[in-house]
Design a protein around this ligand. Structure first.
Ligand SMILES: N[C@@H](CCC[C@H](N)C(=O)O)C(=O)O
Length: 257
């Protein structure tokens, strides 16, 4: 069977994107997701996204990590919004459904500003942090991030008994100034460092903003810049959380599945 797909990237986090409004893709076929995301045997991507209709929202985003597992993906959601606009499903503003519930978003030129779920707490232990922004994120502050062994240290935390059995994504932060940080992320489900992780940089911005009393943080990732804005409530709760950055269509292709 032939299946048309599109390739998208949001600050270097890349996705196979499929218009699945006619339910042609078998969402139980996880080995297929895994094969299509494989960089040697498939298209190659950090994840795969299906766009489907939803009875109450403009569309539903179904996100799979490269290994077939599911969670919320901030960069994927920004790309899904750009794709829904490309397909003519939405105009500049939208309300859509994802695994963690409802989201709003707005397209501003080549950027998408995504409304994230509210965050109801930040856990901390030994100056390391844990935040769930739709996906779970461990956060460690480091020096000389450019030379930090992200994959080795990330895998240790991701597979630690503390986070067993589901694991966690792991983010390493370096301070640049009170409103700017650099972040590198080890992603669960990709089992490698990705060039950027939307829910990850959001988690980092909340933790950093809490410390510096800022509510707008610029995040530099290996794949480009993102901005996170929010309102803090009772010190470690956050509302009106938004994630903004580029979401780009790279190419269109036809798969044999
Ligand atoms: N890249 C994503 C996060 C995808 C989900 C994550 N790997 C998990 O399994 O928790 C993002 O941009 O948020």
């Amino acid at each position: 069977m032939l299946l048309t797909f599109y390739k998208y990237q949001g600050t270097g986090n890349d996705f196979v994107m499929i218009d699945d409004r006619h339910h042609v893709f078998d969402d139980q076929d996880l080995p297929l997701v895994n094969r299509l995301c494989n960089r040697r045997f498939g298209v190659g991507a950090d994840g795969l996204i299906l766009i489907r209709e939803h009875s109450e929202y403009d569309f539903e985003m179904i996100y799979f990590n490269a290994d077939g597992s599911q969670s919320m993906c901030g960069n994927g959601a920004r790309c899904a919004v750009a794709f829904a606009n490309f397909l003519g499903i939405i105009k500049a503003k939208t309300r859509f459904w994802a695994i963690d519930g409802p989201h709003t978003a707005e397209i501003i030129e080549d950027e998408v500003c995504l409304g994230m779920s509210e965050v109801n707490g930040v856990a901390s232990e030994n100056e390391e942090y844990f935040v769930n922004t739709g996906s779970p994120h461990h956060i460690r502050f480091v020096h000389q991030l450019d030379h930090y062994p992200v994959v080795e240290e990330g895998a240790k935390i991701r597979y630690s008994t503390k986070y067993s059995p589901h694991g966690t994504n792991v983010n390493f932060i370096e301070k640049i100034d009170d409103r700017t940080i650099k972040v590198r992320t080890y992603e669960r489900g990709v089992e490698d460092e990705t060039l950027s992780c939307g829910t990850g940089v959001t988690a980092c911005a909340l933790v950093y903003g809490m410390a510096t009393e800022q509510n707008s943080i610029l995040i530099k990732t290996l794949g480009g810049d993102l901005t996170v804005k929010f309102k803090a409530k009772d010190h470690n709760k956050f509302t009106e959380v938004t994630l903004k950055g580029k979401a780009i269509q790279v190419y269109k292709g036809v798969l044999t599945i």
